[in-house]
Every structure is written in structure tokens, then in C-alpha cells.
Design a protein around this ligand. Structure first.
Ligand SMILES: *Cc1c(COP(=O)(O)O)cnc(C)c1O
Length: 422
């Protein structure tokens, strides 16, 4: 039987206070937990030094980036806009690496500032060479195998367009030679939710690629450390997956004479279980004996798109609006507030409702969506049904609540629209 989920860091009384003070829906993050996750990542086993980059696409809120920065964590930016955002929040250009699917239109300016460019395709490599002959460059390879917790988050192997296909290394060498580029870093990232065994193999394959570039002194092994959201899911132990990789780096140094610096780029690992969405039950409807009981909450795919996109699972915890919970359980389909049949928080793979067992809920009770610190606020289908962007609150080290993003207002939703005469 599925286990009833519990609150991971908030108390019931904090849930009520935050809901009353800031309204629902609202994202809530824990500074203490984010800092702990940073410490765990910074303790990743390594042979000759480590840089941790935060994959800021997971959650680019300014305050969260500032917490990471104080911890000495650097940035993995997935678009030039993310790179500019990190610059704006006070990161040095040298602390930012740009790994983007689309060739940054502003590549020249960003690289001149000192942002590290990570070429993700032959075209990107060629474009960089053209602009910056003789310069140092990082290159992302697709090592030919991948591992993600769903097919949709798998970004290695021949079904993925991310990085230069490992068999094209001779073409890479031609371009590198043509422009006299210095490949100082090799990068691989095979997807979110990686299997530890696959991670070790990818580390070896990545080292073999690095060995082909004599100027390489850094190996970036990407992110993708699996984080369990649900009670019965496991979180990767970084000490366990990191240890065997130390030896691989030492063997590399013996063979090739270079003590490679290691980089990792966690996104999920730093944030997933350190944030929740606090929602309230807006309605409860039923479709009869052979149907379902639907719990409608005041948030939807405009707040968290993951269930619709991946059939992603989140724990749901019912917190009574008043008093203590009866202890009774019930089976629900949890539904979002958007007018869209796919807006189901409890969703089967391929679509359609599935039920979960939670504590029994009444109208107005709170539903805490756990495991919502990463890829929720950043990835949501903002403004669908003209719902405003959700507010975000940080629980401070002294348990105070700080608003770190205001709820959007209607003015802001239509501010870029242009009124024309018809
Ligand atoms: C998204 C991404 C990451 C982070 O992945 P997680 O699964 O969140 O750890 C790291 N590196 C690159 C290049 C990415 O695109």
C-alpha cells in the first residue's frame, strides 16, 4: 500500500501561518535545508579539487541564487538569459558556464565579459572558433548512453540531441585545429535522476574523451543526481557514487599526467525537497460509485507543470485549516484549477487520472505539495487562464517568513500587450 506522506520541513502551524499571511497558492522554501544540500554537494568525493555549479534552471529565484553564492557555489546557465540573470544577481562572469541548446545570440558579449562557453554542437563550436580563434573552450559531449527517471528527462544516448555525439570526436578535432582552440574542459550531463551505476560508467567514458584533449584540465560530469520525492523513493548518496570516481581520476593522472579538476552541476539535488507549494482545497466533487473523488486545489499547471509534462509524482499532505486532523484517510484524484483536462496533479503516464491516498480533506484545508523546490516555479505554464505568477516565501534560519517574490498582479499580466486601433 502507498504510504501516507508527511510534511518534510514545515510544521502544521507554519503551514497555517504562511497561508494566512501570504495567501495561497504560495511556494515555500527552507533556507536551512538549501544550505545543508549545498554542504552535501560541496563534500562530493574528489581527487584533485571540486567546483559545484548550480543548474539554475531548477529554480532561478534571486534569493536562492544568493544563498548558493554565499556557499561558494557557481552557476550552470542553460540560456543566455539565465547567464545575464546570474550576472545581475552578482555572480562574476568567471563563475558562470553557459551550456545552451540554442546558440546564444549574445555569445560575443558574454564571452568577452568572461563567461565560459560550453559548445554543445559542431555548429556552436564552429561559431565560437570564428569569433574567438586561439581561445580556450569547454565542449559538451553526448557520451552515447544516458539515464533519466523518465524517457523525457534522459539527455544522453542516441535519442538525445544534447551535446556532440561521441563518435564525432574527429570532427571536433578538425574544428579545434582549424581555429587553434584550446579544449580546457570536457563536459557530459546525461539526464536527471541518473542511476549511480550508469554514472560511474559515464565518468569513465568522459575521462576517455578528456584523454583525447591534451590541454584538458577540468572534467565536468554534469548533474542528474536522483532525489526521492516520495517516501518509498531513494535519494542518491553522493558519497557512495563519488568514491569510485576518485580512483578513476587518479588512474587518469597516472596515465595522462593531468590531475583533472572535477565539476558537478546539481539542480534537483540542491532544491527538490527544500521547497513546497502550499495550496488550499477549493472544491471536492465526485463522479459516482464507479468514478472518482476529485480534490480541486487552488493551484494547477500554471504553478507546477511537471505532472502534466512527465506524469511526475509529488507527495501531498493534508493540513486541516483548523484543529487537528481526524486521522481518517481517503482516496482522491488531485486536480489543478486550470480549464484543461490535462491539469491533473495525480496523473497516469500517458495521461488520465490516478488516485492517491491522503488524509481526509475538507473545503479550505491546506494541501502541501512536497518535492516542489526544483522545476516547478521555474518551469510552470505561467499565466495560463490568466492566473498570476505565484508568490515565493523563504523560511529563514530563525524560522521567520520572508517574501522573496511577490505574487504577480493583473497589470503585470497585460503590461506588454499593445493596444492598437482596429
Ligand atoms: C538541467 C541540467 C543540470 C541539472 O540537472 P538535475 O537533474 O537538476 O541535477 C545539469 N547540467 C546541465 C547541462 C543541465 O542541463
Amino acid at each position: 500500500m502507498q504510504s501516507i506522506e508527511k510534511l518534510k520541513f514545515l510544521t502544521e502551524s507554519q503551514v497555517r501561518s504562511i497561508a494566512q499571511q501570504f495567501g495561497t497558492p504560495v511556494f515555500v522554501y527552507s533556507r536551512e535545508r538549501i544550505e545543508k544540500s549545498c554542504d552535501t554537494a560541496l563534500a562530493f568525493p574528489n581527487a584533485y579539487g571540486l567546483t559545484v555549479r548550480y543548474a539554475m534552471k531548477a529554480n532561478p529565484n534571486r534569493t536562492i541564487l544568493e544563498i548558493m553564492k554565499r556557499k561558494g557555489i557557481q552557476i550552470d546557465a542553460s540560456s543566455e538569459y539565465e547567464a545575464r540573470r546570474a550576472l545581475h544577481y552578482g555572480f562574476n562572469p568567471s563563475e558562470i558556464m553557459l551550456t545552451s541548446q540554442e546558440l546564444a545570440k549574445g555569445i560575443k558579449e558574454l564571452v568577452e565579459k568572461g563567461v565560459t562557453f560550453n559548445a554543445c554542437s559542431l555548429r556552436q563550436l564552429e561559431a565560437f572558433g570564428n569569433l574567438f580563434p586561439g581561445k580556450e573552450i569547454s565542449i559538451r559531449f553526448n557520451p552515447g548512453l544516458g539515464s533519466g527517471h523518465t524517457k523525457k528527462t534522459d539527455v544522453g544516448g542516441n535519442t538525445s540531441s544534447f551535446g556532440i555525439w561521441h563518435e564525432e570526436i574527429s570532427k571536433v578535432k578538425e574544428i579545434v585545429k582549424k581555429y587553434d582552440l584550446k579544449v580546457f574542459k570536457v563536459h557530459t550531463h546525461i539526464g536527471s535522476g541518473s542511476d549511480p551505476a550508469v554514472w560511474k560508467i559515464v565518468a569513465q567514458v568522459s575521462l576517455d574523451i578528456a584523454a583525447q584533449f591534451p590541454e584538458c584540465r577540468i572534467l565536468n560530469l554534469g548533474g542528474g543526481f536522483k532525489v526521492g520525492r516520495m517516501e518509498d523513493e531513494k535519494t542518491t548518496d553522493l558519497q557512495v557514487i563519488g568514491k569510485p570516481v576518485i580512483e578513476l581520476f587518479q588512474e587518469f593522472a597516472k596515465k595522462n599526467g593531468t590531475k583533472l579538476h572535477m565539476e558537478i552541476e546539481p539542480g534537483s539535488f540542491l532544491m527538490v525537497n527544500n521547497g513546497v507549494i502550499l495550496t488550499a482545497v477549493d472544491d471536492i466533487v465526485s463522479t459516482g460509485n464507479k468514478g472518482y473523488t476529485f480534490l480541486k486545489v487552488d493551484a494547477g499547471m500554471d504553478v507546477n507543470t511537471r505532472p502534466a509534462l512527465y506524469a511526475a509524482k509529488h507527495p501531498f499532505v493534508i493540513v486541516p485549516k483548523e484543529g487537528t486532523h481526524s486521522g481518517k484517510t481517503a482516496e482522491y484524484v488531485i486536480v489543478g484549477h486550470c480549464c484543461e483536462s490535462g491539469d491533473l496533479f495525480t496523473q497516469a503516464e500517458g495521461g488520465g487520472p490516478i488516485t492517491i491516498t491522503t488524509g481526509e480533506a475538507k473545503l479550505g484545508d491546506y494541501v502541501v505539495v512536497e518535492g516542489a523546490g526544483a522545476y516547478c516555479s521555474s518551469m510552470s505554464v505561467k499565466n495560463y487562464n490568466s492566473f498570476p505568477e505565484t508568490a515565493e516565501v523563504l523560511v529563514g534560519l530563525d524560522d521567520s517568513f520572508q517574501l522573496i517574490r511577490k505574487r504577480q498582479n493583473l497589470e503585470q499580466i497585460f503590461q506588454n500587450e499593445v493596444s492598437v486601433s482596429l
